[in-house]
Design a protein around this ligand. Structure first.
Ligand code: DAH
Length: 359
């Protein structure tokens, strides 16, 4: 037999002897591929041996070449075989793993949110008044002084127009001192908005945010009101009281009494404040015992009302000899506090989930 380079023969037999065990020892597909690359890869051991073929004398080349090829095929076959056996083992393991238990209870979904108590109460008030025939009228929160105060009969020096009470807004480009603008202090501005754009008769409600410079346990600088007004021929205080009584029945429950106390608002005459029988100390016989919520009086104030003042009609171009109307304005937070027995207004604005989850 012809001489061949001393290094090739031993390397070949060493590799031939070692590769099956090396493949068997690879625990994962990746480890197996790494091992395979160490042998057959660009810098692999068998590749290195192949590159030495040049140095083999031509007469020995055929024999050595056959050996190298045979080894290469053996390595490839062993690699494929081990690959299959690893895949089989993995499949075996998956199949024999404890099965999914389809009878286990599902994971509860994250708790669903719900409307804020102010929105809940607003929607309920709106539902009751819409069921009585009122339509919802929108109005701006940034309002002209004339719609918020002047046309409602507020005298120019009324304390409510003070810097202390209202949030005045600078409108870019507005002539100084003219058509002043503020965040509306009540929803009564919508009376003016409606009366200057609609011909009577009309019956509207207007819920929404209102703003005043106030901040304590019973006042917030931003709060909500709902305005309600009806304009027609021959409207009387009896119509007003009828709507209020029906509202109290439907919103606070059957048998809830209403009382009107004379009061003053510039845009109504006569004007009144309205109390409802306290829902918290109502006795089985219908009387009220008095409790901490109603300050032992059995009554809770919820709104201001009255017959629309002729001055308001005139400022909107409506003839007060022909048209009459009533109006009332209710504090939504106030009604929510009464409804749910909430002791501090600020709870409604802090949005503590432990508080909100109770509604
Ligand atoms: N706008 C009044 C306020 O915010 C509430 C009010 C009183 C509204 C009498 C009315 C009304 O419509 O007739 O204090």
């Amino acid at each position: 037999m012809t001489e061949i380079p001393a290094s090739i023969e031993p390397s070949l037999s060493a590799l031939r002897a070692a590769f099956p065990a090396r493949f068997e020892a690879a625990p994962t597909e990746q480890a197996l591929r790494d091992e395979n690359a160490k042998i057959l890869g660009k810098k692999g051991e068998l590749t290195a041996i192949l590159s030495q073929m040049r140095t083999v004398p031509p007469e020995a080349r055929k024999a050595i070449g056959e050996q190298v090829n045979a080894l290469k095929q053996a390595v490839e076959a062993a690699f494929e075989a081990r690959l299959r056996s690893l895949a089989r083992a993995k499949r075996e393991q998956d199949l024999s793993a404890p099965p999914f238990d389809l009878t286990l209870p599902g994971r509860p979904p994250a708790p669903a949110g719900h409307p804020h108590p102010i929105s809940i109460v607003r929607d309920e008030i709106v539902d009751v008044l819409v069921s009585l025939g009122f339509a919802v009228h929108d109005g701006p929160e940034v309002e002209l002084e004339e719609n918020n105060f002047t046309k409602l009969g507020f005298p120019p020096d009324h304390p409510a127009t003070d810097m202390q009470d209202s949030f005045w807004v600078d409108v870019a480009g507005a002539p100084p001192g003219e058509r002043r603008t503020l965040l509306r202090t009540h929803t009564s501005n919508v009376q003016i908005r409606a009366m200057t754009t609609h011909a009577p008769p009309m019956a509207f409600i207007a819920p929404g945010p209102t703003y005043r410079r106030d901040d304590d346990a019973t006042h917030s600088p931003m709060f909500h009101q709902i305005e309600c007004f009806l304009i027609d021929r021959h409207v009387t205080m009896a119509n007003l009281k009828g709507v209020l009584a029906e509202f109290a029945e439907r919103f606070f429950g059957a048998g809830t009494p209403v009382r009107l106390r004379p009061s003053y608002f510039p845009f109504v005459e006569p004007g009144a404040e309205v109390d409802v029988g306290c829902p918290f100390c109502k006795q089985p016989n219908g009387t009220r015992a008095g409790c901490s919520v109603c300050k032992r009086t059995g009554w809770i104030e919820i709104l201001g009302c009255g017959m629309i003042h002729p001055v308001v009609f005139e400022s909107c171009g409506i003839d007060p000899e022909q048209w009459t109307g009533f109006a009332f304005g209710m504090g939504i937070e106030r009604v929510a506090m009464v409804r749910y027995g909430i002791p501090d207004l600020r709870l409604l604005f802090e949005n503590d989930p432990r508080f909100l989850a109770q509604f």
